[in-house]
Design a protein around this ligand. Structure first.
Ligand code: DX5
Ligand code: ZN
Length: 225
């Protein structure tokens, strides 16, 4: 499977947003991870449509929008307008039927759909949604902040979800988010992840291109489907 990187702009220097986006492009990022936080679903706030829309005007990189908000379903049309290519919604935020409907709506609007599980949620939580989504995100930190420590104990969950997808949807993208860097990416790839959100270890690296190349190589060498 293709190894993909999604640098999280939460870790960039917002005073130089345009330069940072260009840096991520030049570094060979596959896409850009945009963390939307509302201060209710998670204990932190970040940014919303205006920033995503502005970023969309200066890059062709796909925008991978991670919604850490209550009622994410309310904002789908707005996200599409802002230029989102993929929208990730958390499983614990609404009942199953509504989550299924939300994923259908994301696709109906022409975006890719993804579901996410927090550290305390078991692998089985996402199984009913496999046909309705293009990617599954397994959080490897509690959502809310960049720069946290990678939770290696999430790896069995990544493996359980990859094993399930190998049977039911072999081309599923499996993303991990939180604490991914030189020292952790191989474990996640070995467990079956192929899409890596990288915040601190990408924008914070002395040479972002070198960092992404090195981490991609480590993931390619370690990946087990
Ligand atoms: C955390 C966010 C992450 C964060 C990752 O809630 O979902 O995307 O930006 O940052 P690092 O890579 O620094 O852990
Ligand atoms: Zn994220």
């Amino acid at each position: 499977m293709t190894i993909k990187t999604s640098p999280s702009i939460l870790a960039c220097n917002f005073l130089e947003l345009e330069k940072e986006i260009k840096k991520a492009e030049a570094a060979g990022s596959t896409m850009l991870h945009c963390d939307v936080m509302d201060g209710v679903y998670v204990p932190n706030m970040s940014f919303g449509f205006s920033i995503i829309g502005a970023i969309n005007t200066i890059t062709d990189l796909p925008l991978d929008v991670h919604m850490m908000t209550v009622v994410p379903q309310k904002y789908l049309a707005e996200l599409k307008k802002a230029g989102a290519d993929m929208v990730t919604v958390h499983c614990d935020i609404m009942p199953e039927f509504q989550l299924a409907e939300t994923l259908r709506e994301i696709r109906r609007l022409g975006m890719k759909a993804a579901v996410s599980v927090k550290p305390k949620e078991p692998a089985e939580t996402v199984f009913p949604f496999v046909d309705l989504c293009d990617m599954i995100l397994i959080m490897t930190v509690e959502p809310g902040f960049g720069g946290q420590k990678f939770m290696a104990d999430m790896m069995p969950k990544v493996r359980a979800i990859r094993d399930y997808c190998n049977i039911h949807k072999p081309d599923m993208d499996i993303q991990v988010d939180g604490g991914i860097g030189e020292g952790t990416i191989a474990q996640a790839a070995e467990a079956g992840a192929n899409v890596f959100v990288i915040g601190t270890a990408s924008f914070g690296a002395p040479d972002m291109g070198e960092a992404l190349r090195s981490m991609t190589k480590k993931a390619e060498d370690a990946f087990v489907k």
